[in-house]
Design a protein around this ligand. Structure first.
Ligand code: ADP
Ligand code: UDP
Length: 234
């Protein structure tokens, strides 16, 4: 398998073509952004840690029957994945209030929710990924009703599986974002699942082990990501 031209460079990853039109390489960078890229920085070795953490989580989810784009990890920063047509809807699940939910509803961080909240956002950097609902999705033809049903079903399953997986590692999954894509007519889980895209708190101490350390200048970012990597590698 040969690495070919750069297809796209995003905020945290670069996509490269391969000699197989169905496969692309995701290259994980150390660049970090927050607040719709208003805050920018780099976190040493973040790309390496996110590549490894995402691989572990995708392998676990695949073993539990969730279709993902992961083919295999190729190197420290490179993951071979199935090329998808990304659904322009980001899916967020919240198990406890944090981040934009607190700002939106004026509730305190850490508040327990009686049941998980599922949110959809329109994947549009220039608009700051606005919150939308299924009516917007259908009116704008962002996904078919069947696709959204599959996405919703997979997302709740992923939440159950990942919450349990993390709980066994003494970690609490507070919230996370997923991206799905179309590959050969089927919806599969794509992008990454890492401390950049999840909020993860240490059970007992409540220590933040995710991108909130970067967002809010809490320090020891590398150590936090390394802690998550060590635990998921057990
Ligand atoms: P952003 O585009 O938000 O800056 P990244 O830097 O993470 O994000 O770039 C990775 C891009 O690749 C994202 O836009 C993501 O939707 C897209 N992507 C993720 N997985 C795949 C895949 N398997 N096939 C095609 N595109 C993908
Ligand atoms: N998230 C993400 N990418 C985004 C927006 C959110 O990975 O473009 C993740 C974020 O890391 C958190 C969850 O989705 O785990 C909920 O994010 P929230 O809406 O609270 O975002 P904030 O505005 O606080 O960054």
């Amino acid at each position: 398998m040969e690495k070919k031209e750069k297809l796209y460079e995003g905020k945290a990853k670069i996509l490269y073509a391969t000699d197989d039109p169905d496969l692309v390489i995701q290259y994980f960078k150390d660049d970090a952004t927050a607040f719709n890229a208003a805050k920018k920085g780099t976190v040493e070795s973040k790309g390496i840690m996110n590549n490894k953490i995402s691989t572990k989580i995708f392998e676990f989810l695949a073993s539990e029957g969730i279709p993902t784009h992961l083919v295999k990890i190729l190197s420290d920063r490179e993951m071979l994945v199935k090329k998808v047509d990304i659904v322009l809807v980001e899916v967020i699940i919240r198990n406890r209030a944090a981040g934009s939910l607190c700002r939106l509803l004026g509730i305190e961080e850490g508040r327990e929710l009686s049941e998980p909240i599922l949110e959809f956002c329109y994947k549009r950097d220039d608009l700051g990924d606005p919150l939308i609902n299924e009516y917007h999705i259908h009116a704008l033809n962002l996904a078919t009703p069947e696709e959204i049903a599959a996405i919703r079903d997979y997302t709740f399953k992923v939440n159950k599986l990942m919450s349990k997986f993390f709980a066994n590692l003494q970690l609490e999954l507070i919230d996370f974002k997923l991206e799905f894509g179309r590959h050969k007519g089927k919806i599969i889980l794509a992008d990454e699942i890492s401390p950049d895209t999840c909020r993860i708190w240490e059970v007992g101490t409540g220590k933040r082990l995710d991108k909130d350390r970067f967002r809010h200048d809490l320090g020891n970012i590398e150590e936090a990501y390394q802690e998550v990597l060590s635990r998921v590698s057990k």
